[in-house]
Design a protein around this ligand. Structure first.
Ligand code: C2G
Length: 130
């Protein structure tokens, strides 16, 4: 039974997020999702997500492809999360291509093609523009 793990903010949940979760789950029998904390986002992007970490966790855990969610507190803890959750496959979108190759000593690392033409930033811009 392959355990697949993926990570993300999943803010303003959209079809690109849904599709990567569906494709990640199809690579195994159990999908774990590390949802980035509000603080981790603030440290990285200097702003907080639109939805809180509890709201984003609630949304992700209700997706039928997802078996378990946990909070990702720091990018630096990735190896710890992979080991703790006994991950066989790490899946990320190809905007992260090559960035997690160092973990191929403990699990398979796969980068999946992002769904084109959609992002949280583009949605926010579209809503803002009159
Ligand atoms: N994604 C996608 N297609 C899109 C948009 C996003 O496949 N059009 C994927 C991303 O590649 C990522 C996942 O959806 O694998 C979640 O995207 P984000 O919320 O933008 O994740 P991010 O903030 O990049 O993750 O350890 C990584 C961190 O948690 C940060």
């Amino acid at each position: 039974m392959k355990r697949v793990i993926t990570f993300g903010t999943f803010d303003v949940f959209h079809i690109g997020h849904l599709r990567i979760l569906e494709r990640a789950r199809a690579l195994g029998r159990y999908l774990l999702v590390g949802v980035s904390t509000d603080q981790m986002n603030f440290d990285k992007k200097r702003h907080f997500p639109v939805y809180t970490q509890n709201e984003r966790m609630e949304i992700i855990s209700s997706i039928r492809y997802v078996d378990e969610v946990f909070l990702e507190e720091s990018l630096d803890l990735k190896r710890h999360y992979l080991l703790k959750h006994h991950a066989d496959v790490l899946v990320m979108g190809d905007d992260w291509s090559g960035k997690f190759d160092e973990f191929s000593d403990i699990c398979e690392v796969r980068y999946l093609t992002r769904t084109p033409s959609i992002s949280t930033t583009a949605i926010i811009e579209k809503i803002k523009t009159p």
